[in-house]
Design a protein. Sequence first.
Length: 402
Amino acid sequence: MVATTEDYRLSVYQGADDARYSGVVKIFAEGIVGSGSLLYGGQMILTAAHLFDANPDSVEVRFDAPFGSSTTISASLLTILPAYDSVSQNYDVALLTLAQPAPDYARRYDLYRQRDELHQVFDLVGYGRPGAGAEGVTSEVPTSAERLVAQNRFDTDVGTLDLFTFDQMSWGPVAGTQLVADFDDGSVALDSLGQLMGVNDLGQNLLEGLITPGDSGGPAFIDGQVAGVASYIARFAQGDQYLDTNETIDSSFGELAFWQRVSSYTQWIDTQIQQTYPDAPQHPEEVVTAVLEGDPGSVQRAYFLLQFTGVVAPGESVSVAYQTRDGTALAGEDYIAVAGRAVIYGSQQQTVIAVELIEDVTAESNEHFWLDISDPQGGVLPGGASVISAQRLILDDDQLIA
């Protein structure tokens, strides 16, 4: 859950039955509870590294489907961003590789790749303890659905905040890698970043919220893409008076929350996801255009190989937008729709786009779908086209029994 402006039971905060948030998961790490988000490809969970500071022997991930059912899957691999600094909460990012495919009902999320997050409103979603801004978090055990959603606005970067409050920070945040929001109650007095920095914003009214314990690792969404990973909360003083509605750091009005800035880590995340495609083509002659549907529980993907014929300099990148399109195969029935941005980074010449197939045991005709490529950045499409498309055929491997 998240701390909300009013009672968390209000319908505006309920995220359990909203399909947009079906890929936001609850993480269990031997007594530690956190949140995370299922990334594109359907095999990795993005979350916070500090959930695993105790080096748990096992980690489980729970997916909650809209309207009741759930699926729990073990993590087969934990990958922590190598630069992670637990003392200063820098680079607090981790990836969990699932031991089996994520359920088809779970939404897959792309990364928010632009560097324009400041002053944008975002949705925060998680499984933290409930609370309200006037009182902070409680020890109450929720009797309703756990996954809640609220809104806030990224007001500043942690490096800029450090310039104004360096004498209050006992940690050393790295500029450009964390995004900050305050918990506004609508008053000027508790507009903390307005008071500290002159970044004035009185909040999102009833929808305003902040992360609580248990929300760590959960996503901040801009336009449905993961822009932040929930990391920690803090409070600051102006003069001898804390900008807080009470005397405790408890996700109450006036406190600040910090999210790891996903746009700082996209290359690392993309690289890790590519490694979950062991059978992906590396050369054009290895591309398979007709793929067996497979049986339930198997991992079947159709791959599209994207190559760049120029030179990508170190530190630079080229990218394209991509989106699946129905043919005779239908998204949600035969394959899982994808849409996002594929990036080829410096010193690379190619990347792979994967589309998960939905397996069944029903005999049917072979079916096809399309992947459309558009909006090239840093290069051009063949022949100067604005859109190019490729088709994949799904081969049915079920038989009718007479």
